[in-house]
Design a protein around this ligand. Sequence first.
Ligand code: UTP
Length: 276
Amino acid sequence: MLKKCLYPVAGYGTRFLPATKSMAKEMLPIVDKPLIQYAVKEAMDAGMYQQAFVTGRTKRSIEDHFDISYELENEIRGSGKEDRLAEIRSIRDNCVFTYTRQTEMKGLGHAILTGEPMIGDEPFGVILADDLCITEEDSVMKQMAGLYKQFRCSIVAIEEVPAEETYKYGVIAGEQFQDNLFKVLDMVEKPAPQDAPSNMAIIGRYILTPDIFDYIRNTKPGTNGEIQLTDALLAQAKNGCVMAYKFSGRRFDCGSLHGYVEATNYCYEKFHDPSE
Ligand code: UTP
C-alpha cells in the first residue's frame, strides 16, 4: 500500500561546514555507512522500494552512491572486501530511484511539494536522513506503516524533548488516542519553551496522504520566509486527521555536531566488530 519514500536532501547543511561545502550532508558516514543508506534501508524495512529524492546543487554524490560503479565492482570481485558492498548492492537491485532538484531552498514544505511529480496521488513516507533512528526490532518507518494501515491518515513521529529544546522542532498538542498515539490538535513550529503547547517534538519521519500537496500549495511562507510543512500539517489536522506517534527506538540528531558524534560512538559500540 505504501510503496514510495521521499527524501528531502536539498538543505545546505551549514552546521557541518566546511565538510558540506561541496558534499551532501546525507553522505556523512556514521562509522562506515552514509546517513542516506541507513534511511533507505529503513524505508525498505517498511516495504517501500521506490525511493524519491529532492536534491540540490552539491548532492550528486547521493545519485552516484546508489548507482553501479563498474571499476570498483571489477576491482574487488572475488576479494575479501566484496561483502562490504553486499548491502548497497541489495538496495540497488531491489529499489527504483528517482531524483528531482529543488532549485531554491524555500523550506521543507516546499521541498516536499517539489517531489509531487515523483509521488503522484498516493500515500508516501518521508525520511529526513539526518535524523538517524536505531531500533531493536521494526524500524520507525515500519512501525508507522503498521499504524497507517489502521488509520489511513497522515502520521508524524514524535519524541519528548527537554522543555528548553522545543525551539528546535515542530511541537504538537494532542489528545491521547491509545498507547503512544495522539490525535493532533495543534502544532507550532520552533516555539520558545513558554509558547510550546507540549514537549512532544516532531522528528524526521512522516507518512503523508497525497492531499498534503494541496495543503502545502495553500500555505503561506512562515518562519524565515520558508514554506513550513508544519503549517500544512496543521491545516490537514484541522480539516481531517493527523496522528502523532511516539515511536520506540533511539533517535540521533545527526544534523548537529553533538548528535552526529553521539550516533557515531553508539553505532561503533553496537554494530562494529572490533576484530575488523
Ligand atoms: P534543516 O534545516 O535541518 O537542514 O532541514 P539543513 O538546512 O540541511 O541544515 P543546516 O541547518 O543548514 O545545518 C531539514 C531537512 O529538510 C531538508 C534538508 O535537506 C534536511 O533534510 N530541506 C530543508 C530541503 O530539502 N529543502 C529546504 O528548502 C529546506
